[in-house]
Design a protein around this ligand. Structure first.
Ligand SMILES: [Fe+2]
Ligand SMILES: [Fe+2]
Length: 481
């Protein structure tokens, strides 16, 4: 494996030899001003002049791929970075199993590949748009820096997908690249492509839930694209995963610190019952039942991102060798799935039942199960935090039939425990399971900016360690005067 150094001499830092690839370089340079316009219009509102302590990818070497420094966000060096090419890599699944990985787009799969790249690409700017107002209410400079880090990297992920479109898909690719800058999260006329990416991210609790649950969906999608027989897609997504890990860290520790703060405040005030919501809220922290409702909301929205449980599109993409399973190469089976089955929860005669489906059409379901297991590990760590404070409370994931808009259960009303209920019961009780307007207003009331170095809002504990090992009072963002 050779590691190509990143060329920072061109306008677009890259390790794909853009200087020699004149046509693609020109196409990207033409796209660049539109991207900057989009960033100025739809990127973090009010902080474009601030100096932010950000990491920038300077290599794809797993040891030391990033450097940290102060930078104004519009001057961030968004680059095109692919993981090193693996010598002799073979297609690891599907009907082309064992054939050499493709370095060019196979004609028969061109449309399918383009669609998958565009869908992935669309989520990247969407989340930046969703998060653009959070800066105004950041609970600390540390957190402010973290949202900006996530934002610039989602911007780079857009670059990553646009590079593939421009390099491998000719005119269609250029058109798609242009359209990626035109859709807008939540816009009724030209919305982003996936549901969860059109929801608002109105407060920091939502942001941390989003980076825990929705970025984790992103991780699963990238993991399955990293298996792709189309080698440039595999290499791009492999490097994106390196950055994605930090986004989930921001979410997991953000929620962990919020739980920590709530539990500590409860203990200090001598409140034993987590359901004494008003008393807990009076302490300036977010009560645990509201945390649970937010979790229910974000988890259920993220499950929808996996698509239908049983899907011929997913089967086709697997068969074609375009999109594999989570950790495909570590799975011990034939990697073709011609004769195997996979258990899927389905609605059968009004009951939720486990049904064996052909494993090929249940690809989405399997990825979603891997996702759920990954989420659960995070919840276990959160529960440990609660446990250590001595507060009696547990977080758990709601049933997959709860609050769904896509797939088997979309017509159904079910409780977080998976009990099927009628419409009237749902109408009466859904505020117990999902955040109500009141809950949202309360959370909003806590969203007061804290911009003094080393200080934190009342509802969230400081992190245990600083970014890049900086001390607690480090000025992560120098807000422009
Ligand atoms: Fe991303
Ligand atoms: Fe992300």
């Amino acid at each position: 494996m050779t590691i190509q150094n990143v060329d920072y001499s061109t306008k677009i830092p890259n390790n794909v030899g853009l200087t020699e690839d004149r046509q693609v370089l020109r196409a990207l340079e033409q796209w660049h001003p539109g991207f900057i316009n989009w960033w100025m219009d739809m990127g973090p509102a009010g902080f474009q002049e601030a100096l932010v302590y950000l990491r920038t990818a300077v290599s794809v070497d797993p040891k030391g791929w990033a450097k940290f420094d102060y930078v104004k966000m519009p001057e961030y060096r968004w680059g095109v970075l692919l993981a090193p090419q693996e010598e002799g890599r073979k297609i690891p699944f599907g009907r082309h199993y064992g054939e050499p990985a493709w370095q060019e787009v196979p004609g028969e799969y061109r449309a399918m590949l383009r669609r998958l790249i565009v869908i992935q690409g669309d989520t990247e700017p969407a989340s930046v748009e969703q998060q653009r107002h959070l800066g105004k209410t950041a609970p600390s400079l540390y957190d402010l820096r973290n949202v900006f880090q996530v934002n610039v990297e989602e911007g780079r992920h857009l670059w990553a997908m646009v590079y593939l479109l421009q390099k491998y898909f000719g005119r269609d690719g250029r058109d798609e690249a242009a359209e990626l800058l035109q859709r807008r999260s939540g816009d009724p006329d030209k919305p982003r492509m996936l549901g969860a990416f059109n929801e608002a991210t109105p407060d920091w609790l939502s942001f941390h839930m989003f980076t825990f649950f929705t970025d984790r969906d992103g991780k699963m999608q990238l993991e399955s694209l990293a298996q792709s027989g189309f080698d440039p897609l595999s290499r791009t997504t492999r490097f994106m995963l390196t950055e994605e890990a930090h986004h989930m860290f921001v979410g997991e520790t953000g929620i962990g610190r919020t739980l920590q703060r709530t539990c500590e405040a409860m203990k200090q005030a001598g409140i034993e019952d987590p359901n004494e919501i008003e008393k807990v809220r009076a302490l300036g922290v977010i009560d645990l039942p509201t945390m649970k409702k937010k979790l229910n909301l974000h988890y259920s929205l993220s499950l929808d991102l996996f698509g239908s449980e049983v899907s011929t599109n997913a089967a086709n993409a697997f068969n074609a060798g375009i999109k594999g399973r989570f950790q495909e190469t570590k799975i011990e089976d034939d990697h073709k799935l011609e004769n195997s089955t996979y258990p899927v929860l389905k609605l059968v005669d009004g009951e939720i039942k486990r049904v064996d489906e052909p494993a090929l059409t249940a690809i989405n379901m399997r990825l979603r199960d891997d996702y759920t297991a990954d989420c659960q590990r995070g919840l276990d760590r959160w529960n440990k935090i609660i446990e250590r404070t001595g507060v009696q409370y547990r977080l758990d994931l709601p049933h997959v039939a709860f609050h769904r808009h896509i797939g088997e259960f979309k017509e159904l009303k079910a409780t977080p425990d998976g009990a099927i209920v009628d419409e009237a019961t749902w109408q009466r009780d859904h505020d117990k399971w999902l955040p109500s307007k009141d809950d949202g207003d309360f959370i909003q009331s806590l969203m007061k900016p804290v911009i003094e170095p080393g200080k934190f809002a009342s509802w969230i504990a400081p992190p245990r360690v600083g970014i890049d090992n900086k001390p607690g009072d480090f000025e992560y963002v120098k807000i422009a005067a």
